[in-house]
Design a protein around this ligand. Structure first.
Ligand SMILES: [Zn+2]
Length: 326
């Protein structure tokens, strides 16, 4: 399984880059001898080299179920090759994204630079200007699972190896791990947007606010931009732009400790994290800040609707994934 080892190494590298992957978001896969090895639900790509996080799936069974619109494709647990599944883990809730791509290696990331384009109403047109040299397709937002698989299916053409998922992220695919890694690097560099420089957090003020509470200042400097960048703060308080944002941070970022929210952005001061917050909370807060620092006040942004949010947070597979985050 030399190739799977190469995928593990790439996954760990990609998973350690907060501009590409945050917490349990993002996933990679390899199709080999009729089996698709896909990252397990709730595991972090960052851990791919240190522990076994891949689940074997019967790829042909997923494809025929997808063709029939079988609801089993929502979780794909029915297609696990239990005879090969040493860890007993469940497949990623985004398994179908990987199954519909014909290439052997698929890398799906919640790339900050991509998302900063993919949350625009004019995303497809603006991306077309930057992705001219790629065989790519834009897929309008759909909930992961069957709806996203169907949306990809309607946009996929022969030869396409790059997908930008509206209000979600990026998919690249190739027949070798090295080619997928190279393609990822080329696409990300074509989509790079400058991040606005923001004031540093007021750590003294944050520390005073934390006295006698169960909060502490966020560990990463970048996370604090959610409170010190006024555009980031304004947008994050009002809108939800992509799935993992609402799943881990809820609707509307809290701005006062009294809210008891896991993440609190104290306006102009910095970000606090509750001591019992799930490990995904700060990485997701940082991601939101990183995306928001790459948009401009005049950008025609489009947020998820209330209906989109309902469909996502009430999806059983998503509830399972969140349950794994202890
Ligand atoms: Zn995703």
């Amino acid at each position: 399984m030399v190739t799977l080892d190469r995928l593990r190494a790439l996954s760990a590298r990609v998973g350690a880059d907060p501009l590409l992957v945050q917490a349990a978001g993002g996933n990679t896969s390899l199709k080999q001898d009729g089996v698709m090895w896909i990252k397990a639900s709730g595991t972090w790509l960052r851990d791919a080299a240190a522990r076994d996080i891949f689940v074997p799936i019967d790829n042909a069974a997923v494809m025929s179920a997808l063709g029939a619109g079988d609801p089993a494709c929502e979780t794909c647990t029915a297609f696990v090759r239990t005879d090969l599944n040493a860890t007993g883990l469940r497949p990623s809730i985004e398994t179908t994204v990987h199954a519909v791509m014909p290439q052997r290696v698929v890398v799906h990331v919640h790339c900050v630079n991509t998302i900063a384009w993919a949350i625009r109403a004019d995303a497809e047109q603006r991306l077309a200007e930057r992705l001219r040299q790629f065989a790519w397709a834009f897929v309008p937002y759909a909930r992961p699972g069957l709806p996203l698989a169907a949306a990809i299916g309607s946009r996929l053409r022969t030869g396409v190896d790059v997908l930008v998922l509206g209000n979600h992220g990026l998919v690249v695919a190739a027949d070798t791990v090295d080619a997928a890694a190279a393609l990822l690097e080329r696409v990300v560099s074509a989509l790079r947007r400058p991040a606005r420089v923001t004031s540093p957090p007021d750590l003294d003020a944050l520390t005073s606010l934390c006295v006698g509470t169960s909060y502490a200042p966020a560990a990463s400097l970048e996370t604090h931009a959610l409170a010190t960048d006024m555009l980031a703060l304004t947008l994050a308080r009002k809108h939800v732009f992509y799935p993992d944002h609402v799943v881990f941070l809820g609707v509307g970022v809290a701005t006062a400790i009294a809210s008891h929210a896991p993440l609190v952005a104290v306006p102009g001061i910095g970000v606090l994290i509750r001591d019992d917050a799930k490990p995904a909370v700060e990485p997701m807060g940082r991601c939101l800040a990183d995306v928001m620092r790459r948009v401009q006040p005049q950008d025609p942004l489009v947020a998820l609707t209330d209906a989109d949010i309902d469909r996502l947070v009430n999806w059983d597979a998503e509830k399972y994934r969140q349950g794994l985050e202890s």
